[in-house]
Design a protein around this ligand. Sequence first.
Ligand code: ASP
Length: 332
Amino acid sequence: MIDRRKFIGRITAAGALSLVPRIVKSETIFSSATVDTNSLPVIISTWNHGLDANEEAIRVLNDGNSIVDAVEQGVWIPEADPKNMSVGLGGFPDREGIVTLDASIMGPDGNAGSVCFLENIVHPISVARLVMDKTPHVMLSGSGALQFALENGFKKENLLTPEAKKAWKKALLKHDYEPHPNWENEPNKFHDTIGLLGVDKNGNIAGACTTSGMGFKIRGRVGDSPIIGAGLFVDNEIGAATATGMGELVIKTVGSFLVVELMRNGRSPQEAVEEAVMRIVNKVPEHQKYQIGYIAVNKNGETGAYCLKPGFNYALYKNGTNSLIDSKSYYK
Ligand code: ASP
């Protein structure tokens, strides 16, 4: 039932921006906030795989689809890429050699869906979307999530590529199961999630987050990415946030919810992500061993990004330009 169309879209025209700020009411019935739409739409996502995901999200939006469609289909790109060893097909397996996926999605209506510990499905984000759209629940896990996916027309596929299998076999020889910061920048990447946030031209907000989690993790381990409020949070009146890095630190501080609440209390997206990283610095003694990156966007399309240690980057589509930007970090 999921349309596996080819991901061939590219951004079309950037769209001429009016010099006069366009102030409109948000279209959804869930928010009455006034929005400065002058720099909308905006798409922001984690790491360099975000560049292609942003382009696809914008293409989907420009085709007249919803912001939820845009964030979902944007992250299809890394999910379906076998060369991407941290998301979907081709992701590193757990220490038993089995690829298990976590994903979550949230829309402007406050609805949310997620899956965790899901095997054999290339697009966990679309299973999460179906949980959100078609069930009264938020999260399905493991074999139940797989059963739900298969019953709804998803195809069972082998996600373990020869490259990921080779890396797993090598890791088995020496891996200490102790995660290291910025693995994602090493040639043999161990983890990095795509979290993608979007605001459409009317100020409606959605987010998607999908990952194979930490490479060679203990079987059954679930990270922050499928946990609403930890790896992803959207409030259509305020903004959205998503996280990457050592998920346990994000879960312990309910990171994405914290960022959005800080924005609700008047912080800019940048101030909010910096404070959420500070929360980890102050509350999680073992944080120095790890990397964490947050990105955030508010209803007007202002963005923020911050991380614990140098090395985190993010892709930002704004005012018709898609660029990769190095995040500022707490430690230098
Ligand atoms: N946050 C993900 C997890 O802990 C991994 C990552 O973003 O690198 O599963």
